[in-house]
Design a protein around this ligand. Structure first.
Ligand SMILES: NC(=O)c1ccc[n+]([C@@H]2O[C@H](COP(=O)([O-])OP(=O)(O)OC[C@H]3O[C@@H](n4cnc5c(N)ncnc54)[C@H](O)[C@@H]3O)[C@@H](O)[C@H]2O)c1
Length: 353
């Protein structure tokens, strides 16, 4: 069914604003980019000409244009709440980049404002639509691994940065800007609210003062645990799996492209009788052949999705929002817990900084 194109205004024309949002929106028949905004005059003029949009030098100028129906906020992370709030208050729907906010209380205020505005607040947690996440969900839901008890995510490299994302005052750091994708995915997989969280944030190799090494350990109310490590300060000579999902009778190991599943059907396993007699103990594990099966799956075979398909579906067809602000609120709560548990970052120039 053809729909009237949504009229978008994009605020912040950098890596995300152009490389992700503009690149996608300009190809969509259900989207029209009517205005773009950036403080850099050359950038906004060039991009406005490229897509036939109006160039605005401020968010206020963009919001003054009646034709803008949805505002995409792709500015540095410290301005998301103020920009999204201004757009909602001006009666616009909003797509806001992650992180939604820098604290839970800011997020709550923004979500409250969206509820009262009668407009929709979409958080660009686009990784929820990615195939490698949908693939994990499918494998877990299929039950072949048995009930899940632990999920692990690992993404490391040694790469020094020196842009605004290395500065706390701009909402920089790997926790806000990188961990918010896999953490959001992990929270969906846990299937229950987080009961406790431990975080370790360290500033190791990059310029600035924000963390470039993040370690997170979570336990959900249902007992499932998760561990995430995102670091720009680890030079490994081999690649560590991106995802490991541990079930009671099987494990998934994935590099994000290919997954290997090792599992067995517990109904086919020999009975396991307890031998509590300490004098009779001979070995460390039971000498048995479990009926292991191994499968290699192509992650790309999973059905993915698209963030902007959902925006159009919600705003033009009355569909259901996939990434509700309330679901992102849980991540904001967990981010607060992680920060509260982490030792303060060492001052720049100190032995640890
Ligand atoms: N979802 C994703 O996959 C993804 C990927 C990259 C970045 N991001 C997020 O997108 C946001 C932007 O990151 P980036 O890497 O694109 O940054 P960037 O520095 O590449 O771009 C930011 C742009 O915003 C402009 N800007 C700065 N202040 C502004 C203001 N007050 N009003 C309008 N424009 C302003 C800058 O001139 C620049 O063009 C961050 O919050 C980041 O976490 C998300």
């Amino acid at each position: 069914m053809d729909i009237e194109p949504l009229r978008y205004g994009i605020v912040g024309l950098g890596r995300a604003g152009v490389g992700i949002h503009l690149r996608q929106l300009k190809q969509r028949p259900d989207a029209e980019i009517v205005a773009v905004c950036d403080p850099l005059a050359d950038r906004r003029q060039r991009i406005a000409e490229e897509v036939g949009a109006l160039a605005c030098d401020s968010l206020a100028a963009l919001l003054a244009r009646d034709e803008v129906e949805v505002v995409v906020v792709a500015t540095p992370s410290h301005t998301h709440v103020a920009d999204a709030s201004a757009a909602l208050a001006a009666g616009r729907h909003v797509v806001v980049e992650k992180p939604l906010a820098l604290t839970l209380s800011e997020a709550d205020e923004l979500i409250r404002l969206a509820r009262h505005s009668g407009r929709r607040l979409f958080v660009h947690q686009n990784y929820r639509f990615h195939k490698d996440f949908q693939h994990l969900r499918q494998v877990i839901d299929s039950g072949v691994l048995g009930p899940i008890f632990h999920v692990k995510f690992y993404a490391v490299r040694y790469a020094r940065r020196n842009d605004w994302q290395t500065l706390i005052r701009y909402g920089g750091g790997n926790l806000n800007n990188k961990a918010t994708h896999p953490l959001d995915q992990v929270l969906q997989l846990l299937g229950a609210p987080v009961a406790s969280a431990f975080g370790d944030l360290q500033h190791i190799a990059s310029a600035g003062d924000a963390e470039d090494h993040v370690k997170i350990v979570l336990r959900a109310e249902n007992g499932i645990t998760a561990e995430l490590e995102l670091s720009d300060a680890q030079a490994l000579p081999f690649s560590y799996p991106k995802w490991i999902v541990c079930g009671h009778h099987g494990t998934l190991c994935s590099d994000g492209t290919t997954s290997t599943l090792r599992y067995y059907d517990p109904a086919q396993a020999p009975p396991l009788a307890l031998e509590p007699d300490t004098a009779a103990t001979v070995g460390f594990t039971v000498k048995e052949e479990l009926p292991w099966r191994e499968r290699t799956l192509n992650v790309d075979d999973a059905a993915g999705g698209n963030f902007y398909d959902n925006v159009a579906d919600v705003l033009r067809r009355g569909g259901e929002m996939v990434v509700s602000p309330e679901s992102v609120r849980e991540m904001m709560r967990v981010l607060d817990l992680i920060r509260a548990s982490a030792a303060p970052l060492a001052p720049v120039g100190s032995a640890g900084g």
